[in-house]
Design a binder for this molecule. Sequence first.
Ligand SMILES: O=c1[nH]c(=O)c2[nH]c(=O)[nH]c2[nH]1
Length: 307
Amino acid sequence: MPTILGQNQYGKAENRVVKITRDGDTHHIKDLNVSVALSGDMDDVHYSGSNANVLPTDTTKNTVFAFAKEHGIESAEQFGIHLARHFVSSQEPIHRARIRIEEYAWERIATSEGNSKFIGADEVKHSFARKGQETRVSQITYDGENWEVISGLKDLTVMNSTNSEFWGYVKDKYTTLKEAYDRILATDVSARWRYNWTSDEQRMPNWEKSYEQARKHMLQAFAETYSLSLQQTLYQMGSRIINSRSEIDEIRFSLPNNHHFLVDLEPFGLKNDNEVYFAADRPYGLIEATVLRDGVEPKIPVDMTNL
Ligand SMILES: O=c1[nH]c(=O)c2[nH]c(=O)[nH]c2[nH]1
């Protein structure tokens, strides 16, 4: 049966490019997921395997990262226009470029009051929470006599664009990681905290207020900790909650270390001055721990934060 080629397109999908613009100590984030689809005179590569008209998908990926440096990311639309125009105008066989972009919005984390003087602002200039993703969770158990309430949240994505280091670790013959003195620290917070309220219904905590405050203290600790490891930041987040909320005795975290790798732009004659990152989705470090009020028995199950 004779066959003919129908519609076709190709390119690199889901390039996770993060651009940090450092305006003094105020940082700005653009976080995009960019998918490139090109089409044009591509009959030959399908029929005979000749790659003479094929700009590699790897090159389309590199172009996304290089353009983040060369043109900046003013808006997703403007960035997409630059890219589409580039592919169609620089490659004769390419007649059509479709650039799809998802943009993830971030908002600044508000400072705690004592610290706003120290930082000189009501918002930390390098600490962000990703908008509109998190889910609030709770588990209530009652045996006819006693209550156990465990609350928390998951998928709260946060980032510090500076004030994070990681060095001085064990090195064996398989270690290749370079020590970092100024890295991005990003994670998706999954946390569960346990209330010490068990029976007296007259003295039930104000659940709404408690959630709001616990979340706030946790975020402020994330933003205000100068981090030497995600483990250290985790402990600060937990102890800030325990110390500021008397109704909470225990908190457990599961924190993926969302790695951001600086992209090597040297091959394109560009200097990457801690600006353009590849946001990897896997593998990731996974840091988990419980923080307890001293003298309290741990009761939150180890695997609960993965639910
Ligand atoms: O904060 C970190 N903690 C680690 O245990 C670790 N391990 C690693 O490779 N990078 C990091 N970062």
